[in-house]
Structures are given as structure tokens and as C-alpha cells.
Design a protein around this ligand. Structure first.
Ligand SMILES: Cc1cc2cn([C@H]3C[C@H](O)[C@@H](CO)O3)c(=O)nc2[nH]1
Length: 224
């Protein structure tokens, strides 16, 4: 019989730029009853004890960048630690993209001062060695900045009114360095790359191509 520890779910993190279709992807897999789907806790970032940290961060990134990213790191850890009876857990983003894409960019841009970035990094190192949020697969929804910019405008999220195409280009590069060229940081799991520029009308086939990888037959105990 499986020991308690073996009950850890097959954990898949969905990574990609703003507007890369992560929510659409997650919704496609909601129909499987053995999959736990955890969307990015944007509602928590919009209301931390009544404070809209997401809004504050976009309004004055220098002043609120650390506050926001510190809370993001906590909420992502909570998601990684979330106990589910399901054999498969899909998460929108992760503590890894928080550190390697968003915090790294704020630090490189000089928006996050070195002392602040160091504190976030010390938390990140301790969490990823001691609390070790395990990840088994990374799905990288790879897009072009111009495509996601148009989608972001159409989605018209209040706090993102201040987001420029240039910012999306830079966040794209952070994802490319981490997950595609793999020139920066380590990948905590194997990466499958999807062409997420595809229009919603045809993206379904792209998802279905990778379903066997994601609905890991081992995890759901399918007799092979
Ligand atoms: C893990 C993580 C997600 C995340 C999202 N964001 C921003 C990008 C989007 O505008 C919004 C929701 O993803 O939050 C951020 O600045 N830093 C982040 N770190």
C-alpha cells in the first residue's frame, strides 16, 4: 500500500507571460475530476487585509515592489503546500517564477533595492530547501509579447492599465532565459513548451497534444 508520503500529487506548474492563456489552459483541465486546479491568487494580492497590493505595486513599484513580491511569495508557498486528495495538482505560476522572473526583473531594473532583493532571496532559498515545494512538470505557454499585449488590452484588467509592451517584452525575456534557453537559474522540473500564440479557436489541439504528459498516467494509477 502507498505510504502517507507517497500521496504527494503529481504537481504541474503553468508558466507564461501576462495574457499567455494560463487561465484558459487551467479551465481546459478543470473537467477532469482527479485534477486539483489552483489559479493564481490574484484576489489575495488585491485584498491583503483591505490593501490592494497589486494596484499599489503598479502605481509605485519602487515603494511597493518588495511588499507585493513578499506577499506573492507567501501566497505561492501556500499554494504549493495546499493539500489535495487528487493525484494531480495544476498550479498557475509558482514560487519559482515569482523569484526567477518577476523579482529578478525588479532587481535588475534597480526597482527592488539590493537589501530588499536579498531578504526575498533568503526566504526563497530557505523555503525551496526546507519546505521544498515539489514540482514534477513545467508547462511553458510560450508567446510573443505583441500577441499577449493585445490580449491584455482586450482583457482590460484595471491594475494592468499601466503595463507597457516594453514591460511585456522584458517579462517575456525573463521566461525565455529561465524556461527556453535555460541560461539563467535552474528548472525545478522538465519543461514542455506550448505555442500559446495560437488563437483560442485552435489552442485546444495544442493542449490535447500534451494531455498524456500532464494527466500523468502514473499519478492517476492507470493500469498500464
Ligand atoms: C508568481 C508571480 C505572479 C506575479 C504576477 N505579477 C503581476 C502580473 C500580472 O499583471 C498580475 C497577475 O498575474 O500580477 C507580478 O508582478 N509578480 C508576480 N509573481
Amino acid at each position: 500500500a502507498l505510504k502517507k508520503t507517497d500521496k504527494r500529487p503529481f504537481t504541474v506548474i503553468i508558466e507564461g507571460n501576462i495574457g499567455s492563456g494560463k487561465t484558459t489552459f487551467l479551465n481546459h483541465f478543470k473537467k477532469y475530476d482527479n485534477v486539483c486546479v489552483l489559479a493564481e491568487p490574484v484576489h489575495m494580492w488585491r485584498n491583503c487585509a483591505g490593501h490592494n497590493l497589486l494596484g499599489l505595486m503598479y502605481e509605485d513599484t519602487s515603494r511597493w515592489g518588495f511588499t507585493f513580491q513578499s506577499y506573492v511569495q507567501l501566497t505561492m508557498l501556500q499554494q504549493h503546500m495546499f493539500k489535495t486528495p487528487h493525484p494531480i495538482k495544476l498550479m498557475e505560476r509558482s514560487i519559482f517564477s515569482a523569484r526567477y522572473c518577476f523579482v529578478e526583473k525588479m532587481f535588475c531594473d534597480g526597482i527592488l533595492p539590493a537589501p530588499s532583493a536579498s531578504v526575498i532571496n533568503e526566504w526563497f532559498k530557505w523555503i525551496t530547501t526546507k519546505a521544498c515545494p515539489s514540482v514534477d512538470l513545467i508547462v511553458y505557454l510560450r508567446t510573443s509579447p505583441e500577441v499577449v499585449y493585445q490580449r491584455m488590452l482586450k482583457r482590460n484588467r484595471e491594475e494592468e492599465k499601466l503595463v507597457s509592451l516594453q514591460y511585456l517584452r522584458e517579462i517575456h525575456e525573463m521566461h525565455e532565459n529561465w524556461l527556453y534557453h535555460k541560461t539563467m537559474f535552474t528548472c525545478p522540473a522538465p519543461v514542455i513548451v506550448l505555442n500559446a500564440d495560437l488563437d483560442k479557436s485552435v489552442i485546444k489541439e495544442e493542449y490535447e497534444k500534451y494531455e498524456p504528459h500532464i494527466l500523468n498516467k502514473i499519478a492517476i494509477g492507470v493500469r498500464t
